[in-house]
Design a protein. Sequence first.
Length: 279
Amino acid sequence: MSGDSRRSGNLLTDSPELYEARFPDPERLAGRWAEDTLRRYGAGRRVLDIGCGTGRDAAYLHRAGRAVTGADLSPAMLGYARERHPGPEYRRADLRGFALGTFDAVVCLDSALLYCHGNDDLDGFLGSCRRALTPGGLLVAEMRNGAYFLGRTDLLDTPSVDTFTWRGTGYRSTTTLRVDRTAQLLRRTRVWTADDGSPPVEQRSAWRLLLPQELRHFLAAHGFTVLALHDGPGPRTEPPWRDGDAPGVRADADRLHLIARLDTPEGVSAHHQPRTPHA
């Protein structure tokens, strides 16, 4: 980085409009996938979208008829969500430990769960989910798959470059990923440049690299039964999920999709068995 560059904890989190410009989802694939999953597994109406970001997925679930609370740690994201994606109740909360009420389902999309870097963080998240959910409630999450990086380096070898234009300004991001094996983290460095003369911005972040069986172990320890754990199709897979697609059975590609049920003393009821999708 040059001497006149500046750093941001998370440029996109601080600029929600820029986030949606960089990661457009005009078809609301993430919200549609989440709603399809909730219906497929018989979730009740009350939903918590933890790590809701700009609120567009929470708003989609609200429009689908659910009573939605969206929660995020970023005040900028929450302010944007309330203004641009109204309907849900939006509250500030840390996913590593929260108490926001009682819900029939907790949804956690776009690798938000992986900001639980340590085991205590993950225990805090799952413990909070357990306390928030009604018996038989669902946890639905979508994230990077730590197993993908076992023996694969294609996402690590070469920086990825993306460009887009927003409000007449051209933006370019150069992203480098590396695996921190000791901390079990995927560390990302992203350098932003713009053609408006502003100095470059360097953003650093990291995700926990969770293996599927490791995730199953944590879930079981907190009283959850895994109903599905697969690599796609999903809202950020290639090809992406489409209406009517059934859950997969493998967990080998770079995304991981989780559906888990909070156990009840009586065991699994028919209401919470996966439903056969309509033809």
